[in-house]
Write a protein that binds this ligand. Structure first.
Ligand code: PLP
Length: 468
């Protein structure tokens, strides 16, 4: 689906009242979930006493309580009561090859048997891992591993400031780039500014500017404002748009951004934590034919072995991230981390990217997603629903509530967002009872998703339409 069509269907959906699951259907669903998940209920009671809110995972469904997992295999998760779910959450995106793939389990078990799991000093797997990334991402000449996507975004920004001597950074409305102080600003809901910045001093976000998406004039204005006040070191963006294209970005806008930043000496940072090695071996940058100065990676590259994040980019900038005491000429930029570039992660990166490359996992996951999107859209059309599905590679979007399309700059807007979030949460709970683990509106398909899983998903959405 093209960007214009997605945006106009999103506006259309946002202009209609949200469609909650009917009350009697929801109370049936809740009692069925409770009946099927007594062990989760018991574990949640234990967790509540010793963990804040009783849950450690931001993306976990929480109604009626978090479901505790026993294991994952292929496209399925099995909970502690033995219920099986087709997983579309997939940890928020790192799972591309399915859960617990045989080849990786065997390789990693052999590695641990052979070498152990940590020594904290250089290892040849670091070279193998960096090479695999560089081989596929033409803009990346050097790579530095860190411990998470959050850290890698922090490092990329610090590096951009160190290399340009400028201080402002520009992000786009609604984008999430991890939870560092300077980036917890205008998260998820465009216009929400410091809504989630409790505990973060204003001084930490005062050098973060927010630009509107797909708006050339608006972008130029924000850049001018930053250039007048300390200069703009970098523009950081998720290349498909906030939340992996939940608010889609126009490819022409990204190309314009590249030209504009180049002429103004501003570094362009692509946050490919989700898109890297999911939408193509070369990430979204290869799809758009755009050459960022720095790229942030995480999630998929480490095959779900913690802890994994990386910054890559042009050698002329990346050299500033050299470890140890600054030496040589040119800028230097301090980053560190006990478990950064650890043996397990680097080996997992090398094994995982080699497997993705040789098995066309990206293409296979995308083909399954295409099949699912087509079947869902046929269902929605047949039922006269304004719900719609679209995809970027194997990133799946199923819009039922248009939560992110609401302008959150007014109190009324925030109230509407909260109402729609509750409705979307109701859809999620309904689908959970149908055996689907989803994330409100967005999902990730793996190369292990089967035709049977696709059919189960379409049937679950058909039942959802009956229940609203
Ligand atoms: N950037 C994007 C686009 C993300 O989606 C995320 C996490 O969801 C991050 C950065 C942060 O990565 P991590 O959770 O590994 O810190």
């Amino acid at each position: 689906m093209k960007t214009d069509e997605i945006l106009s269907r999103m506006r259309e959906l946002a202009s209609r009242p949200p469609r909650p699951v009917r009350e009697e259907a929801m109370s049936r669903v809740l009692s069925e979930i409770r009946r099927k998940t007594p062990a989760s209920c018991r574990l949640f009671e234990e967790a509540r006493a010793i963990m804040p809110g009783g849950v450690q995972h931001m993306l976990s469904p929480t109604t009626p309580y978090p479901i505790f997992m026993d294991h994952g295999r292929g496209c399925h998760l099995t909970d502690v009561d033995g219920n099986r779910y087709v997983d579309y959450l997939n940890g928020g995106g790192p799972v591309l090859l399915g859960h617990n793939p045989d080849f990786l389990r065997r390789k990693m078990a052999a590695l641990i048997e052979d070498k152990g799991w940590f020594h904290g000093l250089p290892d040849e797997y670091e070279i193998l891992a960096c090479r695999k990334i560089i081989e596929h991402m033409p803009s990346v000449e050097k790579v530095r591993f860190l411990q998470s996507g959050t850290e890698a975004c922090m490092a990329a920004i610090r590096l951009a400031r160190a290399c340009t001597g400028k201080k402002k950074i520009i992000k786009f409305a609604g984008t999430y780039h991890g939870w560092s102080d300077q980036l917890v600003f205008d998260l998820w809901l465009p216009g929400s500014g410091r809504l989630l910045a409790s505990g973060i001093p204003e001084s930490a976000t005062e050098n973060t500017l927010v630009a509107p998406l797909n708006d050339l004039d608006g972008l130029a204005r924000v850049i001018e404002q930053g250039e007048r006040d300390g200069g703009v070191a970098a523009v950081i963006l998720e290349p498909l748009g906030p939340e992996s294209g939940t608010l889609p970005i126009d490819a022409g806008f990204v190309r314009y951004l590249r030209e504009l930043t180049r002429t103004k000496g501003i570094l362009l940072i692509f946050d490919e934590v989700v898109t890297g090695f999911r939408v193509g071996l070369g990430g979204a940058q290869a799809l758009f034919g755009v050459d960022p100065d720095l790229t942030v990676l995480g999630k998929i590259i480490g095959g779900c072995f913690p802890s994994c994040g990386a910054v890559g980019g042009k050698a002329v900038y990346m050299e500033a991230l050299r470890s140890g005491v600054p030496s040589g000429t040119g800028p230097s930029c301090f980053v560190a981390g006990t478990f950064g570039a650890n043996l397990l992660t680097c080996a997992a990166v090398y094994f995982t990217l080699s497997e993705i490359e040789t098995t066309d996992a990206i293409g296979r996951a995308a083909a399954t997603t295409e099949d699912l999107v087509n079947k869902l859209n046929r269902l929605f059309e047949r039922e006269g629903s304004s719900f719609f599905a679209y995809r970027y590679g194997s990133i799946l979007h199923i819009e039922t509530s248009a939560l992110f399309a609401i302008d959150a700059r007014t109190e009324q807007g925030i109230l509407e967002v909260l109402e729609r979030k509750q409705v979307a949460g109701g859809h999620q709970t309904f689908l959970l009872n149908e055996g689907l683990m989803t994330l409100m509106g967005k999902g990730f398909v793996t190369s292990a998703h089967t035709a049977e899983a696709v059919e189960q998903t379409v049937t679950a959405y058909a039942r959802l339409l009956e229940a609203i």
